[in-house]
Design a protein around this ligand. Structure first.
Ligand SMILES: [Zn+2]
Length: 161
């Protein structure tokens, strides 16, 4: 009997890869973020990326980052983590893990905690010093959510589609 192949991707690479692939669906010209929710026994439950709510046309709503509040994307865009939570229609997410490209903001942290997610695996924490991220971490700590920095393996995953 032959032996199994050895260069298969790890669970962490798989789920973070799916999160990053989801982010590639985003129409946001500046920030593309993806998220992947996984059960305790490593089944993918949901995915999401940052974008406008259903019915809010990507060509009509603004993508700008500066200007009058309602001329920017900020009042309208739904973050990847919240979309992943809301996209799940299968019941409870209690105890699940979420893989995210970027450390969750305070609004997503609230949703993650209230949905019962217990672990956040994040690939980047580049806004660690911002008030939103500090607020997130304070809430996660208080709620007992485990925060796990993703260990980058440097593996390049190439797909021809
Ligand atoms: Zn967020």
């Amino acid at each position: 009997m032959g032996e199994k192949r050895q260069d298969y991707i790890s669970w962490d690479e798989y789920f973070m890869g799916v999160a990053m692939l989801s982010g590639m669906r985003s129409k946001d010209p500046n920030t593309q973020v993806g998220a992947c929710i996984v059960s305790q026994d490593n089944k993918i439950l949901s995915m999401g990326y940052n974008g406008f709510p259903k019915g809010c046309d990507d060509d009509e709503f603004p993508w700008a980052r500066t200007g009058e509040s309602n001329e920017t994307k900020y009042p309208f865009v739904t973050h990847a983590e919240l979309n992943a939570i809301l996209n799940y229609r299968g019941g409870s997410l209690e105890g699940a893990k979420i893989y995210v490209a970027l450390f969750p903001c305070n609004e997503c942290a609230k949703a993650i905690i209230q949905a019962g997610l217990k672990t956040v695996v994040y690939a980047s924490d580049k806004y660690a010093d911002t008030a939103a991220t500090l607020a997130s971490k304070r809430m996660f700590r208080a709620a007992g959510v485990e925060l796990v920095p993703y260990l980058h393996t440097g593996r390049k995953i190439e797909l021809e589609v």
